[in-house]
Design a protein around this ligand. Structure first.
Ligand code: PLP
Length: 362
């Protein structure tokens, strides 16, 4: 709170509350350095960044290949832009888009790929890049879960045409509400800035585009600046939590952990477990119930699949297109549970949570 109050004083001194004031610019520059990308544009939230990212890439109609194993935002951004989501299945080991299945879904209507670094597991960015180049597709990553991660020494923010990050209060790094687009191609920057401010060119009273209001305020940027000073510490604490979970739950038959990806520096954002077939016949819902009985609240994250949302089905009925089968995503979605995971969770609390799970399987 003291650190935040110091930032608030600066806002009072500048007399600027929003519209890209000094706090916004400081936070933006910090992130550009942290991500190692040429351009960061800050938003009121991650979802609007995703919508504006799609629009800036010139995707006004056609099909976008994505996965249904994600948060509502990914699929809804595609639909709200008037695009059609085409659902590709996921890998069974890290739950990211199955790159071997992408090309079978490409048609003459395909315009882009929108993969998700789900749970902070990094997609096969090299293969996605190859496929996109070969078929002339745009790539926008939903990197909401991947803040601070690197793959082969490169920050995830630099992959594809753009990456979207969310700074929502529940994420590893937050500005209360907030998000950004990170990109290297500076040709897109002017359009992004216009779209997030009513389509206006700077403050010129000229409005060539139909925009919206998606700006980050000085108060949210100030919170981001404060949390940037602690992000390494938050990630280190989460690492301890996740390593304890993995040590405790690693050997239990029926409880499957996400694979540890090689050449990846993680942010330890989520602790998913998949309850596979087991000799006791224990299901995901049994585990959830047992934990809830002890006032422990895991999340069925991601259930249901976004392709099962009423709004997605209604959209498909009106367009008469069928929804793709994604059997692996369906299997995982029916069996996955995300265990409590945050920086201040203690080792003792992790042990208690694990004890309740293990006792079910013994
Ligand atoms: C949180 C999240 C978003 C949306 O971000 P907001 O900042 O909440 O709008 C998008 N995609 C995924 C995968 C998320 O987890």
């Amino acid at each position: 709170m003291e650190e935040y109050i110091d930032e608030l004083k600066k806002i009072w001194d500048s007399n600027i509350l929003t519209n890209s004031g000094p706090e916004y610019v400081r936070f933006q520059k910090q992130l550009e350095a942290f991500f190692g990308v040429g351009n960061v544009s800050l938003f009121a939230n991650g979802h609007l960044a995703l919508e504006i990212g799609l629009e800036t890439l010139g995707l006004t109609e056609g099909e976008v290949i994505t996965t249904p194993f994600t948060f509502a935002s990914t699929t809804q951004a595609i639909l709200r832009r008037g695009l059609t989501p085409v659902f590709c299945d996921i890998r069974d080991d890290d739950f990211t888009i199955d790159v071997d299945k992408i090309e079978t879904l490409i048609t003459d209507k395909t315009v882009a790929i929108l993969p998700v670094h789900v749970y902070g597991n990094i997609c096969d960015v090299d293969r996605i890049d190859e496929i996109a180049q070969k078929h002339n597709l745009k790539v926008l990553y939903d990197a909401a879960h991947a803040f601070g991660e690197t793959y082969k020494g490169r920050n995830v923010a630099g992959f594809g045409d753009m990456s979207m990050f969310s700074f929502h209060a529940t994420k590893v790094f937050n500005s209360v509400e907030g998000g950004c687009l990170a990109l290297n191609d500076s040709r897109y920057v002017d359009v992004i800035e216009m779209l997030k401010q009513f389509g206006e060119v700077g403050h010129t009273e000229s409005y060539p585009l139909i925009g919206t209001n998606a700006k980050m305020t000085e108060f949210h940027a100030a919170m981001g600046i404060c949390n940037m000073n602690h992000v390494h510490e938050y990630i280190a604490k989460r690492k301890t939590v996740i390593e304890r979970y993995r040590a405790n739950l690693g050997g239990i038959s029926g409880v499957r952990l996400s694979v540890e990806q090689p050449e990846t520096q993680r942010n330890y954002s989520y602790m998913p477990i998949v309850i596979d077939k087991n000799s006791k016949g224990i299901t995901r819902d049994d585990v959830e119930k047992a934990l809830q009985d002890h006032n422990i609240y895991p999340r069925r994250y991601f259930y249901p699949l976004t392709c099962d949302f009423e709004c997605v089905k209604n959209h498909r009925e009106s367009s008469a297109a069928k929804i793709q089968d994604t059997p692996v995503a369906r299997y995982v979605s029916d069996r996955v549970l995300c265990l409590p995971c945050y920086a201040d969770l203690t080792i003792d609390q992790v042990d208690i949570i694990c004890k309740h799970i293990i006792s079910l399987f013994q």
